[in-house]
Design a protein around this ligand. Structure first.
Ligand code: ATP
Length: 493
């Protein structure tokens, strides 16, 4: 049996159409031709995404005694974003091609050029190019960035010309007005990251939860960025969801914790079933203004290795900035050393949507089954059973002779334990295929033997083999296989 994974750009197209056809992801407001870089999750997508969020949240808060949750609001006092640096520097450099009128991120154009040089074996040139760009960006020298684009003879892929505008900074925050009367209304932002909701609640949680440093606060929530170029499906969206954890530590111990969280987070992705060959660490060449160490966990998407999660040692930058601007002390008294200090922070930040895309890409499997005339292509989604949107489908072999009623009875007896669906429409082979396409790990078939001895067959999605088991054992056996505990065990091993 040949089991093949595509690596080409066509793989992304196949995944996008699969996601749409089988109820995972739809373009937003599609009847109006969609809204660029905004997507909706369908009936299967929402289950998968909720499972990912649950497994992340539980892995953070249940497996770590010193990590607790939070659900902060999207709107925050506008000064929050002044303190965090987002008002002044959450910018991307953009450039337009005058002929095609297409807009690009100037840094991305240069990064793509560096990647191209690397592919040609010109590593030193690639590195020098990136360093030159970083130097200009650090110095705010946008004309310098433009000059590098011109010198490298980078052309717009649409017009194929190098007729570029100047480079301008573009702030990625969405803003809106709050207040009923326009004169009194004030400008507020839709949060571009969830982290600040955690920082401003640091003392609330620490005091009310009697938390002792080191401790962490984990949160899942929407974030909004007016991305200049949004592409690659749900990889880069304007409205997306982040799963962030800020871990507050004693100053001086941050590198230890950074190393620990780096390893823990990599283990998490492996435990979800992503192979090590599709994951890698990528140290940041250029550190953000708030960080003293930063690394990305990259996943091998069909369009190359790209960031899925960031792990950052953020020092005391955020809490200090909030203390300075709010004039409210953000200090912690450490009874072990009898000292007050502003804790340092190690952050782990993963996009729920990017993780979703990685899991979907990783699961998407095409294989050839059968031989000779019987040979055919099969597509299935190889999700970890605990992540699959539907865990089990109960299928009566035929509708007559009481088999349908029996199958429904079984469905009712297990549907509160895990996500179960009942399907009696069409040939059994077609029904298996329907489940394979959404990644259901198990199909339970009710046949004539069931009516005699209360056993059913359980078909495994990946191997397509069947095992006969007693109905009485169904809940426990399937329950065991589809439980998130199977993922947690790997995390703790
Ligand atoms: P990128 O360099 O790709 O723009 P970033 O470094 O700005 O990402 P962070 O600010 O570190 O990203 O955000 C943490 C995580 O949030 C990212 O690793 C990613 O998974 C997710 N994320 C960021 N921007 C987007 C987006 N526009 N759409 C979907 N997910 C996003």
């Amino acid at each position: 049996m040949e089991n093949k994974k595509q690596d080409t750009a066509s793989a992304l197209k196949d995944i996008i159409s699969h996601a749409k056809e089988y109820g995972f992801v739809f373009p937003s407001s599609e009847i109006y031709d969609g809204l660029q870089a905004v997507y909706d999750y369908g009936q299967n997508g929402v289950e998968l995404k909720n499972n990912l969020k649950t497994v992340w949240y539980k892995a953070m808060t249940m497996l770590n005694d010193n990590v607790v949750g939070l659900d902060a609001s999207i709107f925050m006092h506008p000064l929050t974003w002044k303190a965090s640096g987002h008002v002044d520097s959450f910018n991307d450099p953009m450039i337009d091609n005058k002929d095609s009128k297409k807009r690009y991120r100037a840094d991305t154009l240069l990064e793509e050029r560096a990647a191209q040089l690397e592919d040609e074996g010109k590593e030193a040139e690639a590195k020098a190019l990136l360093q030159k760009m970083a130097k200009c960006l650090d110095a705010g020298d946008l004309e310098g960035v433009r000059q590098i684009i011109i010198d490298e003879n980078i052309k717009c892929p649409v017009s194929n010309t190098a007729n570029w505008t100047e480079v301008r900074q573009f702030n990625l925050m969405f803003s809106t007005q709050v207040g009923a009367v326009s004169e009194d209304a004030s400008l507020i932002y839709l949060r571009p990251e969830t982290a600040q909701g955690i920082f401003v609640n640091f003392l609330n949680v620490q005091k009310t939860g009697r938390m002792k440093v080191p401790f962490g606060i984990a949160q899942i929530g929407k974030a909004f960025r007016n991305e200049i170029v949004a592409r690659n499906f749900i990889f880069r969206m304007r409205e997306f969801e982040q799963m962030e954890m800020q871990f507050f530590v004693r100053p001086g111990t941050e590198m230890e914790w950074y190393a620990k969280w780096k390893e823990t987070r990599m283990k998490f992705h492996l435990a979800l079933g992503i192979p090590a060959t599709s994951l890698k660490f990528h140290d940041h060449d250029k550190l953000a203004h708030y960080a003293n160490a930063a690394v990305d966990i990259e996943y091998k998407f069909p369009f190359g290795f790209k960031e899925m999660e960031g792990i950052h040692s953020r020092t005391d930058f955020d809490l200090k900035a909030h203390q300075d601007l709010s004039r409210k002390k953000q200090q912690y008294f450490d009874p072990e050393i009898n000292e007050n200090y502003i804790p340092y922070v190690v952050e782990t930040s993963v996009g729920a949507d990017r993780l979703f895309l990685a899991i979907l890409c990783n699961a998407y499997t095409e294989e050839t089954v059968g031989e000779g005339e019987q040979e055919k292509q099969r597509v299935f989604l190889n999700f970890h059973p605990a992540l699959a949107p539907v865990k089990v489908a109960v299928l009566p072999l035929v509708k007559k002779d009481g088999l349908a009623e029996k199958a429904q009875e079984i469905t009712n007896s297990i549907k509160f334990a895990f996500n179960t669906t009942y399907d009696d429409g069409g040939a059994i082979g077609k029904r298996y295929t329907r489940q394979d396409l959404i990644g259901t790990p198990y199909c339970v078939v009710v046949d004539y033997q069931t009516m005699e001895d209360n056993t059913v067959t359980v078909r495994d999605r990946n191997t397509m083999t069947q095992e006969r088991i007693s109905i009485a054992d169904l809940k426990e056996k399937i329950g065991y296989a589809v439980s998130m505990e199977r993922i947690f065990e790997k995390l703790l091993s």
